[in-house]
Design a protein around this ligand. Structure first.
Ligand code: PLP
Ligand code: FVT
Length: 425
């Protein structure tokens, strides 16, 4: 029995399912990590994997990025939690407002789920309306109003027990990449407070917006006076410094950020128009509070992360996109050599494979991918020291730390994996 198997046996006795988040479990048991550096993750079994999970997108600069670690270290000597305001929170909010196109004000929080939950509450407070529209396969965290037809771990569950029907009844779900469906849903429900969207779906595999789709979403929401929330938890500070909003040139009313903002430390933010943000307590009457919001360690990490991203944006974003492109090109060549039916979606530093001959443009087409082949791919890659998220309904992430050499090794691992899969078909 290896160390990870032993640890999983122990974990199952005290942690439900042996893990602290469902996406971390896969059959028969997950490997346990001990450390991470740059593009690599080391396990309790003394193996080192090239990591394409990268904290599900959080580690944009790579594991253990020196300026972020230094900032955290020096903050530790000066206190970790004050629960009174600090100048550095202002500095961070100013930085967010400088780089995020829709941001006139920001509120700092801890997780992506908190950010989307409060953005929705804020939209309701602002419009005095109740309903939320989300998209099939869109994942916005684990709270009640967004779990309907959600992606990520929830994609393989029909509906979560414990969520009140009364709560789900306030959420309408429409297909992604279908502007007419969104228009119809808003017409049908004049009580719509907000539309929440991942500009690029990253929790049902990776699905890109078709040309002008996001412009249409913006036009429809604007014409109907509905608050548009971009969930930039994955895309924020990753697709571009100013997130998907900068990348596609579209300004939502509110945006939710987390993941890459802290390069591995827990921090999140809601940002957006002043007239909406001013509804947040104590300025307004929409309540949000948290003991750890704006804690000095996470804020130090986020300032250091943004300083690096701002200073070196002309080097960082092209580099991670180039590395991702070369991996994707290599994968496509290997797929045709192996004669496997597979669609590869990619944008910026993100990519995912779907084992289907069809174009993948929404949840329905994503779910046509052959899950058994994907699982084979995961196992074959792991044998070749490459770790991708274990589920088809997640996305692979490239970081600034991934090198050309990493890319070459990754292409080689995918090529061999495809050959093995083809042989056994
Ligand atoms: C797009 C999106 N929104 C929200 C969340 C929730 O973030 P967190 O896991 O930090 O609560 C996630 C991550 O899982 C996500 O990918
Ligand atoms: N895309 C889903 C997540 O990012 C969740 C990460 C986790 O719960 O470990």
């Amino acid at each position: 029995m290896n160390r990870s198997e032993q640890l999983f046996g122990r974990a199952k006795k005290v942690l439900p399912g042996g893990v602290n988040s469902p996406v971390r479990f896969y059959e028969p048991y997950p490997f346990f990590a001990t450390s991470a550096r740059g593009s690599k993750l080391t396990t309790a079994d003394h193996k080192t994997y090239l990591d394409y999970c990268m904290g599900y997108g959080a580690m944009v600069l790579g594991h253990g990025y020196s300026s972020v670690i230094e900032a955290v270290r020096s903050q530790l000597d000066n206190g970790t939690l004050f629960c009174v305001p600090t100048e550095r929170e202002i500095k961070l909010a100013e930085m967010i407002c400088k780089v995020v196109p829709c941001a006139e004000m920001a509120r700092l929080l801890n997780t992506g789920s908190e950010a989307t939950m409060h953005a929705i509450r804020l939209a309701r407070a602002f419009t005095k309306r109740k309903c939320v529209i989300k998209f099939e396969g869109g994942y916005h965290g684990a709270h009640d109003y967004v779990l309907a037809k959600a992606g990520s771990g929830a994609a393989s569950m029909p509906a979560s027990e414990g969520v009140l029907e009364e709560a789900s009844a306030q959420t309408a779900v429409v297909p992604y990449n279908d502007p007419a469906a969104l228009e119809r849903a808003i017409e049908k429900n004049r009580d719509t407070a907000c539309v929440i969207i991942e500009p690029v779906l990253a929790n049902i595999g990776l699905v890109l917006p078709e040309k002008r789709y996001l412009n249409e979403v913006r036009r429809i929401t604007e014409q109907n006076d509905v608050v548009l929330i971009f969930d930039e938890v994955v895309t924020g500070f990753r697709l571009q410094l100013g997130g998907a909003s900068e990348f596609f040139g579209i300004k939502p009313d509110l945006a939710a950020f987390a993941k890459a903002l802290g390069n591995g430390l827990p921090i999140a933010a809601i940002a957006g128009k002043r007239e909406i943000m001013s509804k947040l307590a104590p300025a307004g009457a929409a309540y949000q509070a948290s003991t750890f919001a704006g804690n000095s360690v996470s804020v130090a990490a986020a300032i250091a992360t943004l300083e690096t991203l701002i200073e070196a944006k002309n080097a960082i974003y092209p580099k991670i996109a180039r590395t991702c492109d070369s991996i994707v090109d290599g994968i496509k060549d290997a797929l045709s050599a192996a004669q496997l039916d597979c669609t590869v979606n990619s944008i910026g530093s993100m990519f995912q494979l779907f084992f289907t001959g069809e174009k993948v443009k929404d949840e329905a087409s994503a779910k046509k991918s052959n899950a058994a082949i994907f699982r084979r791919l995961f196992d074959e890659l792991l044998k070749r020291d490459v770790f991708i998220p274990p589920s088809q309904f997640e996305t692979c992430f490239v970081s600034y730390a991934h090198s050309e050499d990493d890319a070459d090794k990754t292409i080689e691992a995918y090529s061999e994996a495809f050959r093995r899969i083809k042989k056994q078909q």
